[in-house]
Design a protein around this ligand. Structure first.
Ligand code: GLA
Length: 329
């Protein structure tokens, strides 16, 4: 009997050793994925694809929402105490750049950014931190071109049309996106004087709504409106504000950036919408690829490419399902 128990214990001990050994491989890799706006569908999608990478590669993913600077620094300490080896972050404020870099270094964590690139004290990008973002200017131009094309199709007179630039200029990628849209619009003959700057206090629909509402009220002379901004939320806010002032689908052309749930829900509505389209970007690349990059860095010492800029494609109510399928979303 005693022998049997001893043997049983030995077997158990061996099993435990074996399982500890196998988790000594990939299981030990732990990666944080910190985002500034966890309630936004774009970031939920990024997390979803990061989870997919974690499952495939066998590492642990720690998802943290950090809407302000204090929470970012706490998140980094938190990751260190959980024995993570690195993290991917979309920061709530790019000016936190030097503090984030210093904190990650002090905590011995590898650092990569996604979407919003860190800047230094002079406002220049911190190039030593690997980054994946969208080709902001180019995608902005696609937005402007789509608006110009649709205006032409509807036969609108540009002189009677106002353009809402929902802006958030403290974020370089946001400024590049809206500047790109303006470049394409003006190249297509849109009058610069009709472009109204409507700054939003935060990059969500509610703040965009407020910004657009003020701009439309202050400019009663226009017959039609177009709108662009850094993301779908910005343009949806503008579309809602325009509706409230009597500019419905026939008098509004809004083109967003993102193409995730916010846009798809709008397309799925029965009635016509002033939200004409969106440039679809890839949360899969931004969530999956950055996580795999971080994993490879931790596991095999292979540093991520210093800078990756992803592309986009226009979707409208008509083709959104097909294009998303083509992009593997
Ligand atoms: C910024 C925006 C997000 C999304 C990403 C895409 O972070 O705030 O809404 O557009 O860029 O890179």
């Amino acid at each position: 009997m005693k022998n049997k128990i001893a043997l049983g214990l030995k077997v158990l001990a061996l099993a435990l050793t074996l399982s500890a050994c196998s988790s000594g491989g990939n299981d030990q890799v732990k990666i944080g994925f910190v985002v500034k706006q966890p309630e936004e569908p774009w970031f939920q999608d990024e997390w979803k694809y990061a989870e997919q990478a974690a499952k495939e590669k066998g590492f642990t993913l720690v998802k943290i929402g950090a809407p302000d600077g204090g929470q970012v620094l706490t998140a980094i300490d938190n990751l260190k105490s959980q024995h993570a080896q690195g993290f991917v972050i979309c920061t709530p404020d790019v000016k936190l750049g030097p503090s984030i870099v210093a904190k990650a270094k002090a905590d011995g964590l590898k650092l990569m950014t996604v979407d919003d690139r860190l800047v230094d004290g002079s406002g220049n990008p911190i190039e030593s931190v690997p980054h994946m973002g969208i080709s902001a200017t180019k995608i902005g131009e696609q937005v402007g071109q789509a608006i110009a094309d649709e205006m032409k199709k509807r036969g609108w007179n540009p002189e009677e049309t106002g353009a809402l630039r929902i802006s958030y200029d403290q974020l370089p990628t946001a400024k590049d996106r809206t500047d790109g849209a303006i470049a394409a619009l003006t190249a297509a003959g849109f009058p610069t004087a009709n472009i109204i700057n409507a700054p939003e206090a935060k990059t969500d629909t509610e703040n965009a709504f407020n910004a657009a509402n003020i701009a439309i009220t202050q400019n009663p002379k226009y017959k039609h409106w177009v709108a662009f901004g850094l993301n779908d939320e910005a343009v949806l806010g503008a579309v809602r504000a325009a509706e409230g002032r009597g500019f419905r689908a026939a008098d509004m052309i809004g083109v967003g950036i993102g193409g995730s749930k916010s846009a798809l829900n709008e397309f799925a509505k029965g009635e016509a919408t002033g939200f004409f389209g969106s440039v679809l970007i890839s949360p899969k690349r931004h969530g999956y690829e950055t996580s795999v990059n971080m994993y490879e860095w931790i596991k095999n010492g292979k540093a991520p490419p210093p800078l990756t800029l992803t592309t986009g494609q226009l979707i409208t109510k008509e083709n959104s399902a097909d294009v998303r399928k083509e992009m593997g979303l």
